[in-house]
Design a protein around this ligand. Structure first.
Ligand code: FE
Ligand code: FE
Ligand code: ZN
Length: 276
């Protein structure tokens, strides 16, 4: 069975997201742990979290993806910015213990001029400060488009981060189809791209896929998501992604520019293209 969902607003609470997911035919979803630009997180309501856990179990959901605010930068040269990233990530992971067994995805960061080497060192340091053997969440590095000085534009960079982390079994990767396409990898030659991923990172590290089309051609380093079939990747190659033997068991999450009816349509479309 295809595990698919989309990004949902967390504003009405946890259980409400689960109900919305069911309404649009999803069996996974993604949400921001707090305002995507950073800042204050809402207090977690343990009863609401429990209600969602019950609903997920009852309806056999695949793992959910919590997404960190995308403004965090653990690779910053500024110690205050790094400190804020470390505290926010640690706080999010503590909150995620209300929803054990799920995924927490973050953008590795941008080195803003000091070089990828130093950026990677700082990201590793942050992860080593916050990950604990007792946590029940797998932390995912997202593959990035390579906009500006983004780290994670190549599989090698992600591998170097993973190699530095002590709590290695708490780490994985989320592959974003728009981002890898924009980073220059080919989805037309998906077998080759995944063989490279396997060689450089290991396919067992891949825990989730962000399924997006891209407004820009391969290698553009832009990161502008498009509706499924309305971009440079196209429906056929994205159908190849959900049906690839190395990927088809993973949770897929749409981050296309959509409202809920639009997401429902894309989910139905992709379910129709899935070969069980
Ligand atoms: Fe992301
Ligand atoms: Fe993404
Ligand atoms: Zn993106």
């Amino acid at each position: 069975m295809l595990h698919i969902g989309c990004h949902l607003s967390a504003s009405k609470g946890f259980e409400a997201m689960g109900r919305t997911a069911l309404e649009i035919g999803a069996d996974t979803f993604q949400f921001f742990t707090r305002n995507p630009r950073g800042s204050q997180a809402k207090e977690i309501d343990p009863q609401d979290a429990q209600a969602l856990r019950r609903l997920l179990q009852e309806h056999h959901f695949a793992p959910l993806i919590a997404h960190a605010p995308y403004t965090l930068n653990p690779a910053s040269a500024d110690p205050k910015t790094r400190d804020f990233a470390r505290q926010t990530l640690a706080d999010d992971l503590a909150r995620m213990e209300h929803l054990p067994g799920n995924l927490y995805n973050f953008h590795p960061g941008s080195h803003v001029g000091q070089g990828a080497e130093e950026g990677i060192r700082l990201i590793v340091q942050t992860l080593n400060d916050i990950l604990t053997p007792a946590q029940h969440t797998t932390v995912l590095l997202e593959t990035m488009a390579g906009k500006g000085s983004e780290i994670g534009r190549s599989f090698e960079e992600l591998k170097r981060i993973l190699d530095g982390v002590k709590e290695n079994d708490k780490m994985g990767v989320c592959l974003d189809t728009c981002h890898v396409h924009d980073a220059g990898y080919s989805l037309a030659a998906l077998d080759d791209t995944l063989a490279l991923f396997d060689k450089q990172i290991g396919l067992s590290r891949l825990k989730a896929v962000h399924l997006n089309d891209s407004l820009n051609p391969q290698g553009a380093h832009k990161d502008r998501h498009a509706l499924i079939g309305k971009g440079h990747i196209g429906t056929e190659l994205l159908a190849g992604v959900i049906n690839h033997p190395a990927l088809k068991h993973l949770p897929f999450c749409l981050e296309t520019p959509n409202d809920l009816p639009g997401y429902a349509k894309e989910i139905a479309l992709l379910r129709g293209l899935y070969q069980p």
